[in-house]
Design a protein around this ligand. Structure first.
Ligand code: GUN
Length: 287
C-alpha cells in the first residue's frame, strides 16, 4: 500500500510556523505583514480561492487587503492600483488572482508588480532568479510540492523525475527547484511522445497536466513517489460533481507514496503564499 502524503497536516505545520513568525514580527516592529489580494471579475473558482487566501491570512495574523474590481475594469486602472500598492510600505505582498478577464494583458500586469512584493513569484525577475538559483520569491505551488516530496525523500541527486505539464505556474518552476536539488528532470507536455514510457522510468512523477486520471497504474514504476497537482471537476452519471486529480490513485498501490486529491498539494499552495508574504516582509525590513 502506498503511503498517503497528508498535505493538510503538513500545511497546518507551515501555517503554524508562519503565524509564530508573524507574532514575532509584530512584537519586534509593531507591524504585521500586509498582503494585497486583487480579484478582477467573478470567476467562481477564483472567488473561492481568494476567500480561502484572505481567511488563512487573518488566522495567521497577516493583514489582508482585498481589492475586488469589476470585470470591465480597464487595464490602466489595474496598473494604477498596482503602482499605489507598490509604493505602500504597509503592503509587503501583492497577489493578482489569475485568470484575468480577456481584455487585460496578464503579462503586463504581472510585470508591473514590484519583484520584492511578488509573492506569487511570477515576475520575470523572480523567474530569472529561480532559474539561476539566486534567491527571490518562488511560486507557491512548486514550493509546496517540494515540501511534500521532502517528507519522503532527502537526497534528490541523480533521481529521475518526470514533470507532466510545462505551465509557468507549476511545471517550469518545479522543474527548476528539482534541478537545483540535482535531480534529472524530464519536462513533458501535451506533444510529448511515449509519455507512459518516460513516466515509467521516473523515481518521482509530478503530474500537473489538468487531465483527469491521466496517470495510470502501469505508468508508475514500483516504489515511485507520485505528486498529483490536478484539480479536475467531474460529474458522475447521477449528476453529483466531485474533484479528482491527474492520477488514478486507486491504481497506485505499488507506489512508495502518493498525494491525495483533495488534501494533497492544494492546501500547501495557500500555506506557502503566507510563508512568502512573511519572507517578503522580512526582506523589506532589512532592505
Ligand atoms: N490562479 C490559479 N493558480 C494561481 C496562483 O497560484 N496564483 C494566482 N495569482 N492565481 C492563480
Amino acid at each position: 500500500m502506498a503511503q498517503i502524503i497528508d498535505g493538510r497536516a503538513i500545511a497546518r505545520e507551515v501555517l503554524a510556523r508562519t503565524a509564530d513568525e508573524v507574532a514575532a514580527m509584530v512584537a519586534a516592529t509593531g507591524q504585521a505583514p500586509g498582503l494585497a489580494v486583487i480579484l478582477v471579475g467573478h470567476d467562481p473558482a477564483s472567488e473561492v480561492y481568494v476567500g480561502r487566501k484572505v481567511g488563512q491570512c487573518r488566522k495567521a495574523g497577516i493583514r489582508s487587503i482585498e481589492h475586488r474590481l469589476p470585470e470591465t475594469t480597464p487595464e490602466a486602472d489595474l496598473l494604477a492600483l498596482i503602482d499605489t500598492l507598490n509604493a505602500d510600505p504597509a503592503v509587503h505582498g501583492i497577489l493578482v488572482q489569475l485568470p484575468l478577464p480577456r481584455a487585460i494583458d496578464a503579462g503586463r500586469v504581472l510585470d508591473r508588480i514590484a519583484p520584492g512584493k511578488d509573492v506569487d513569484g511570477f515576475h520575470p525577475v523572480n523567474v530569472g532568479r529561480l532559474s539561476t538559483g539566486t534567491g527571490g520569491l518562488v511560486p507557491c505551488t512548486p514550493l509546496g510540492i517540494m515540501m511534500l516530496i521532502d517528507t519522503v525523500i532527502d537526497d534528490y541527486r541523480g533521481l529521475n523525475v518526470c514533470v507532466i505539464g510545462k505551465s509557468n505556474i507549476v511545471g517550469k518552476p518545479v522543474s527548476m527547484l528539482l534541478l537545483e536539488r540535482e535531480a534529472t528532470v524530464t519536462v513533458t507536455h501535451i506533444e510529448t511522445r511515449d509519455l507512459p514510457d518516460i513516466a515509467r522510468k521516473a523515481d518521482i512523477i509530478v503530474a500537473a497536466a489538468g487531465a483527469p486520471h491521466l496517470v495510470r497504474g502501469y505508468w508508475v514504476k514500483p516504489g515511485a513517489v507520485v505528486i498529483d497537482v490536478g484539480i479536475n471537476r467531474v460529474t458522475d452519471p447521477d449528476g453529483t460533481t466531485r474533484i479528482i486529480g491527474d492520477c488514478a490513485t486507486h491504481e497506485l498501490d505499488h507506489a512508495r507514496a502518493v498525494t491525495p486529491v483533495p488534501g494533497g498539494v492544494g492546501p500547501m499552495t495557500i500555506a506557502c503564499l503566507l510563508a512568502n508574504t512573511v519572507k517578503a516582509a522580512k526582506t523589506a525590513a532589512i532592505a
